[in-house]
Ligand binder design. Structure first.
Ligand code: GDP
Length: 281
């Protein structure tokens, strides 16, 4: 049974004269977050749609489309346009860096990598494997090196090579979160200084199976760095990515791409209509 039908079935109450769906519980369960779920519930209540399943579903779809529209600034263009990928460990940053490079290269663009997770040598190694596979030049530093200085060197080299994009992979773990945010803040300021002509793009990479924790991560990273957008990975799982809507609704942060697998081709541009249709299918 489909994800949505399954949930609806779970929240149908057979108590009372007529089948009633517990919309609020259903929406929370579908990962829309408490605030958006309450807003949607209030809307259905106000418009008298709580007992009218089909109409209510259509109303929710329209409202979600409205929330997800309007959308996003274009990816940065510059020589190079800089994309900083941030997020907690395991979210899919390094894999997504490779997927983005694959995508840009297919569009005929020249790409550079900056391996700025200097906290873990294995992270640099992982990106290096992708860099070799994709034939993308990569600038890195020793374990423990200053991530901002790696980013600076990478920018200079990418700029000299007239690259279209510099993709910066960053650390997700430090001794503590404050250190991580400080390091990322420094990285951001350094890149902002050198790439003054183009806006710096900061994309949060989140694991789509992390539920409402995604909202917490988005808030934290947004407060510390100011996010341009989000990439949600692992939507090839049972998660249908309701948090995409919660993050847009609560924080105004748009989703740019979704990941649906570990291979290079499995990064899709986020499309609100397709997303909503699939969510309710
Ligand atoms: P990082 O720590 O944020 O750099 O995360 P990684 O890029 O190392 O990814 C963590 C794990 O998630 C790896 O095993 C990836 O292959 C896997 N992964 C990344 N994106 C996806 C996705 O869209 N779907 C699935 N199923 N796995 C993914």
């Amino acid at each position: 049974m489909s994800f949505w039908r399954n949930l609806v079935g779970k929240f149908v109450s057979l108590v009372g004269p007529k089948e009633q769906i517990d919309w609020e519980a259903l929406l929370i369960e579908s990962d829309m977050g408490i605030n958006l779920s309450q807003k949607l519930y209030a809307l259905l209540d106000k418009e008298g749609l709580l007992g009218k399943a089909e109409l209510a579903e259509r109303r929710i779809k329209n409202e979600l489309l409205h929330i997800l529209q309007n959308h996003k600034a274009p990816l940065p263009v510059g020589k190079p346009g800089v994309i900083l990928l941030v997020g907690v460990n395991g979210g899919g940053k390094t894999t997504t860096a490779a997927k983005l490079a694959y995508r840009f290269k297919a569009e005929g663009k020249k790409v550079f990598f900056a391996a700025c997770d200097t906290f873990r040598a294995a992270a640099t190694e992982q990106l290096k494997i992708w860099a070799e596979k994709l034939d993308v030049p990569m600038v890195s530093g020793k374990e423990g090196a200053d991530a901002a200085s790696v980013a600076f060197r990478a920018f200079v080299q990418a700029s000299e090579a007239q690259a279209d994009y510099l993709i910066v992979d960053t650390a997700g773990r430090q001794a503590n979160k404050k250190n991580l945010m400080m390091e990322l803040g420094k990285l951001k300021r350094t890149l902002e200084k050198v790439s003054a002509q183009t806006p710096l793009f900061i994309l949060l990479v989140v694991d789509g199976t992390s539920g409402s924790n995604i909202l917490v991560q988005a808030k934290e990273f947004n407060e510390a760095l100011g996010l341009s957008g989000m990439i949600m990975t692992k939507l090839d799982s049972s998660s249908k990515g309701g948090m995409v809507a919660a993050v847009k609704y609560e924080l105004g942060i748009p989703t740019y791409f979704i990941g649906r697998g570990e291979n290079l081709e499995s990064l899709e541009e986020f499309n609100p209509e397709g997303f909503v249709e699939e969510f309710f299918s």
